[in-house]
Design a protein around this ligand. Sequence first.
Ligand code: COI
Length: 363
Amino acid sequence: MTTVEQTSSVRPARRAAVTNPGHGDIFTDHMFSMLWSPAEGWHQPEFGQLQNLSIHPGMIGLHYGQVAFEGLKAHRRADGSMVVFRPREHARRFQTSTSRLAMPELPTDIFMSAVNQLVAADQEWLSDHPAHSLYLRPLMFATDESLMLRPSENYRFLLMAFVAGGFFGDRVDTVSVLISRDYCRAIPGGTGNVKVAGNYAPSFVAQRQAQEAGCHQVVWLDAIERRWVEEMGGMNLFFVRSTGTGNEVVTPQLTGSLLPGVTRDALLTMAERLGYRTREERISVEQWRQECAEGTISEVFACGTAAVVTPVGTVRDPAGGDWTVGDGLPGPVTMTLRRTLMDLHHGLARDTEGWLHPVPTEQ
Ligand code: COI
């Protein structure tokens, strides 16, 4: 396997240059690549410079969407070391996603080795800014040159990285959401519960509608009854209910059409540890509106690798008007969970669950 050393002379310039990274535009220097074929299985691992690919225009992945990906993050701890948040869970979900598209599974040890190499080589892209991280993007796609409608026989796995700031900017502010009444994201038996490229392009028109309505994001309802809240564009949702006996943190249950978020799962555990009751249950859009009016639902937030924990302040429903969540500002439970998660990422809290993978510095 080829490894490419990064020279120390470029490091300070890179770190200084990345003051406002946004999300997805500032790629780091390297990538990992590996091929799969029926005869050789996983073979030809290569680690080298990030570079353009040469592909056949009739590649199956391009035409029929046999493409799956993941998203996970590496963080810098206060002591300067790098950690990756729950990479093995992301490797497992990647296996579930690729299997759903009749693609081979990438063994977890290959996934981990690629993550270790890339983070070790490109860590100097990351500044000490608490809202910045290295976002790692594993990708697998079908490479057969054929337009026959069949699964490819050959595949390529890539791992690349970009410097990520906050998905909605580096300041924490509430976001506004539009309930999508024209489109739905996932159907029972479809691919809503896996991370495949084909789930994302169809969301763009709904996302555009949200922006035209003055909202940051779209909220998806279930495809059958069109009333059960499922996800927010590419993120899971949580509701905070104030009850007589304390706060309850509620998230839509995984019915098979929602993505089982790794951050969602972590927040359920963290909320319990913080003394909040947690529930996974169906929540209808009528309930959301009514419980906000009554003051029972006092906070709502989105979560995900990209979103971390992002408070939702206002809701626009073309079928039912607009409403505000709580006072429209980031709420205390949301901010406590956000702080707890970010402290864990940055080594300021004890990793009681073993969720942080320390990246070996020598590869
Ligand atoms: C992530 O949170 O990592 C995602 O993949 C969603 C992103 C594409 C918005």
